[in-house]
Design a protein around this ligand. Structure first.
Ligand SMILES: Cc1cc2nc3c(=O)[nH]c(=O)nc-3n(C[C@H](O)[C@H](O)[C@H](O)COP(=O)(O)OP(=O)(O)OC[C@H]3O[C@@H](n4cnc5c(N)ncnc54)[C@H](O)[C@@H]3O)c2cc1C
Length: 331
């Protein structure tokens, strides 16, 4: 590791001020992703701003019925929370499908949003990587790209966002709260992460100095039949090849409401809005689901080794919606 200084701010604003005054500094929360990156010199911060003791560790219901998750609530505490399990089960299931119990005990809400891609070229400094060092190239485009993006990628980067939790947050229309020396702002989840375009080194739309303080789940997201289906190479301790967070509300056999978000397919959690719009008002039947899945993947541009993800994603969408219609249940 290279040398860095360490500070332990007493408030979120103090942490944001500290970061603003030293752009090469980095926040550290649970450390489960950042420390791995430090060890292989992917990140070389001038200082670590330890936010782990800040007062951002509670889950509370707000006046309008939303559920507000402090940025430092651990992934375990979110997954075990009774309100989450009852009203937002796809979120609990998404979290429990990721990492290990020990890692989830350390990992935080804010850190999960900002974990970086698991593209092997990003981690291996023997190879160029536009995300690690801009304008050096993307060997994954012609190389080992089985785990990479099929939607929304660019000629500069085909990496995928690795988080499971974020796929559920995308489906639930979560809102990210941040603080900076300029004040506070709220970012709709769909605008939080970004596609790579020609700046793959930037994962999000966060501004310099901004600290995530909370993630809010709107009351309207409540859906006890929400499911999370994760397909991966191993049954546990493995990132998603494809995942789906989905929920569906039926009136008889008519589809009144539907949410579908995909993981493992793009540089950001991918909300399948066109497929959702297609399904509203349709009968819940095989043909509608198949057509919606086709719509969700119609822009797919698979790489040499991941053509299989297109069909896998379609089948995963259909299965997740069917399970949701039966009341949920996939972990
Ligand atoms: C072996 C292993 C397997 C894993 N498997 C999975 C998996 O299957 N699915 C999955 O989704 N995840 C998986 N993970 C990733 C894990 O979920 C993340 O490492 C974790 O969520 C990161 O949270 P953290 O608090 O430890 O973040 P840190 O490591 O502390 O920070 C990560 C990044 O976020 C920034 N940051 C942290 N908090 C804030 C904040 N409040 N505001 C602004 N910036 C902030 C830091 O500066 C840093 O850049 C795995 C990790 C490991 C090590």
């Amino acid at each position: 590791m290279n040398n860095f200084t360490y500070c332990l701010p007493k408030s979120a604003l103090e942490a944001a001020n500290q970061k603003m005054s030293d752009p090469a500094a980095q926040f550290i929360a649970g450390g489960t992703n950042l420390v791995d990156r430090l060890k292989v010199f992917l990140d070389k911060p001038s200082q670590l701003i330890d936010i782990s003791q800040l007062n951002l560790q509670t889950i509370e219901t707000t006046a309008d019925g939303s559920l507000r998750l402090g940025a430092l609530v651990t992934n375990t505490k979110v997954a075990e929370n009774q309100d989450i399990r009852r009203h937002y089960p796809m979120l609990a299931r998404a979290i429990l499908s990721g990492a290990s119990q020990q890692i989830r005990n350390m990992a935080t809400v804010g850190g999960n949003l900002l974990q970086r891609t698991r593209c092997p070229y990003y981690y291996d400094r023997a190879f160029p990587c536009n995300k690690r060092e801009p304008e050096t190239g993307c060997p994954a485009i012609e190389g080992m790209n089985r785990n990479h993006a099929i939607l929304g990628s660019s000629e500069h980067c085909v990496a995928v966002h690795p988080s499971d939790m974020c796929v559920a947050l995308a489906a639930l229309d979560a809102v990210v709260e941040v603080i900076s020396p300029q004040g506070t702002r709220q970012i709709p989840f769909s605008d939080f992460h970004r596609l790579p375009k020609n700046r793959p080194e930037k994962d999000t739309h966060l501004e310099p100095g901004e600290l995530i303080t909370a993630v809010t789940l709107p009351d309207s997201s409540k859906n006890p039949s929400g499911v999370y289906l994760k397909i991966r190479d191993r049954a546990s301790y493995s990132f998603a090849l494809v995942s789906v967070a989905a929920s569906i509300n039926l009136d008889g056999d008519k589809i009144e409401g539907v949410r579908v978000a995909l993981g493992g397919v793009a540089h950001k959690p991918w909300r399948a809005t066109e497929a959702e719009e297609f399904l509203i008002g349709k009968s819940f039947e095989e043909n509608s689901l198949t057509e919606a899945a086709d719509i969700a993947l119609q822009q797919a541009q698979p790489l040499s080794q991941n053509q299989f993800k297109v069909e896998l994603a379609k089948r995963a969408i259909i299965r997740a919606l069917k399970v949701s219609a039966q009341g949920g249940g996939i972990v």
